[in-house]
Design a protein around this ligand. Sequence first.
Ligand code: SF4
Ligand code: SF4
Length: 225
Amino acid sequence: MSKEKVMEHNTKKIIETENLRKLIERLEIDIYGIADMRLLKEMKTGIPTDLEKIVNIFPYAIVLGAQYGKLGKKASGGKTALFLEEAAFSIMEYLEDKGYRQLIIHTEDEFDPINRLGFISLKILAKAAGLGWQGRSLLIISPEYGPLHRLIAILTDLPFQVNHIIKNDCGDCRKCIEACPQSALIFVKFSDHPLNREDVLDIRKCLGDDGCLVCLLACPWLKKF
Ligand code: SF4
Ligand code: SF4
């Protein structure tokens, strides 16, 4: 390809990235960020997967988050999930139209329902996309909105400037652990995030994101409506 063609091609990509950012802003998502998938090749997956291959095809993840109360305090997790899903489909439509690859990573993608592990962890993606830090409740805590209620991600090959990771700011707080009605959360000291979910959460005791929101509601970072 000639130098001019390469420049033209790169300019087109920059414009398409900017236009997608504008589209995302119009969707009124509470918070979104971009993760570099190439830094996540070692992450655990809910099913045996050739992650290296996936990352080579989809080097970026666009991660969308909704705060608790987005659709009114009584809105179910299902309604919030639907809101994010519709937003994700608009983004995928744009990417498809411009000839880029897209793969949705959904909360409902429970490939291992016993251990409640998805194909790719949305929380790992959200943390890498700078949406927030992973708190002692394992929820993603955004400094702006508090614990995020729902997440969704779209993997793509459209190039993006990635976001910075946010430092853990749980400090000495243990409110989520103390509030858990199932004693499912375990206090462990960590500077950034727990190395294994099992170290801090007994998944067999946890009532799950839809069955119980006690740890989310106990978090002092929760934005009050
Ligand atoms: S969802 Fe409920 S049961 Fe599970 S860790 Fe949070 S407070 Fe405990
Ligand atoms: S309740 Fe406290 S310890 Fe738990 S996630 Fe929120 S800030 Fe962190």
